[in-house]
Design a protein around this ligand. Sequence first.
Ligand SMILES: NC(=O)c1ccc[n+]([C@@H]2O[C@H](COP(=O)([O-])OP(=O)(O)OC[C@H]3O[C@@H](n4cnc5c(N)ncnc54)[C@H](OP(=O)(O)O)[C@@H]3O)[C@@H](O)[C@H]2O)c1
Length: 420
Amino acid sequence: MGEGSNHHAIVFGASGLIGWALVDQLLGPYPHAGSFSKVTAVTNRPLTRSDAHWPEPGSHRPNLQLVSGIDLRHGDAAALAECLKQVVQDIESVTHIYYLVFTAVEDDIEEVTTNKGMFQNVIDAHNLLCPNLQFVAFAGGTRGYGIYAPGGTFTPPLTEDMVNNLPPSHAKTVVYPAYRELLDVARKGKKWTWCEVCPDAIVGFTPNGSQFSLALHWAQYLSLYAVNHGIIGSNPPEASNTAAVEIPFPGNSASANSPFSPVSSKTLARFMIYASLHPETCGDGRLFNVADNETPCKYGEIWPKLAKWFGLVGVGPAGNMQDQDNTLKVGELPQTTPAVTPGEYVAKYRDTFAKHGAVNAASGGVGVGSRQLDSVGYWLTFDRQMSLQKLRATGFEGDIDPVQGWLEALEKFRAAGLII
Ligand SMILES: NC(=O)c1ccc[n+]([C@@H]2O[C@H](COP(=O)([O-])OP(=O)(O)OC[C@H]3O[C@@H](n4cnc5c(N)ncnc54)[C@H](OP(=O)(O)O)[C@@H]3O)[C@@H](O)[C@H]2O)c1
């Protein structure tokens, strides 16, 4: 065991897009054997160890405790502290909190209140229980740069200082400023410090769905499209249709061609862990943009590579989608969308998954996030790439190919029975 063998990480939202990757990396073990001795993964919905698809236990990995059924919307900090004391072994030894819980609520202001309340309870409960707490890390996002306003708010590259200039009318609809405030108050007189990471689109695996996983949404669409066109799932495969099957980008050309900075959940998780082990340079409430590559990419470049993985030919937007409409808000679709969006297509053919052995696809989709994910190709029509200067100055790992994260997620989705 190394110098950090007394480190105990607790991950809230461990079944989610970022939380799953955090536990996966901690067990990896990242950054190296002995960095952590214990990992506690907390989920709301039930999840078993085998359904989670994390690495098998091993002497070089930290011990994992999986605690399910913790709904943070109920009760206060004292009640949560009591509950955690009962269900988490050695809760008092927790040194690092990674907070990745998010609940989407229809009304933005109510969403802020609900999410702030949950995080406040988690922090207050740990302040009561964990005298050795060292670091808290949470994920914000580019919503904090005002990207939900039609056409965006700031001229890119987006730099971390811009969050301070978010117009108040927008700032009150985003929970991240409230998180910063509550952490600054809660750490007064304590030994721990904190940081925030800012991802744009996050690409990765989740075992039982995720509210806003674009990779899962598009993967299920492409998978069913390939099956319905005889490209995959045919028996025998030789009998399948060998003619090229084109699939248009589900959006317009402005969205296909606007630069942005996606991040794989693996990179994001690794940086959160890295930051939490470098409190002097990454703590003190610092905010870091995190992406896979300093060179921005475009959905129009990624789409053909994803389609190819399914044996399809990804092409540009459908003919009637060449027009650009910069007035759409998040979640809005133009009047002239093609007949069927990815979400509608998946809903229509969902039964096909089980017929081809993808037994977890029906329950493990994107759920409430489906419409917002359908709209990604229509309202994200503006440049929104992030500066990675501050991230690179920390000494964290360098650039990787952003497509790698998509392809790794696709492999995992198939292995977990979420796509065909
Ligand atoms: N998805 C993206 O591309 C993206 C991009 C930028 C920023 N972000 C930000 O990243 C953060 C995490 O998002 P994500 O994409 O990882 O979300 P996600 O995949 O939907 O995960 C959310 C997690 O929150 C948990 N959760 C929800 N309600 C809960 C409750 N009442 N009590 C306890 N746990 C609860 C869920 O647990 P169960 O599944 O067990 O219910 C799940 O593990 C959010 O702040 C989000 O805005 C996401």
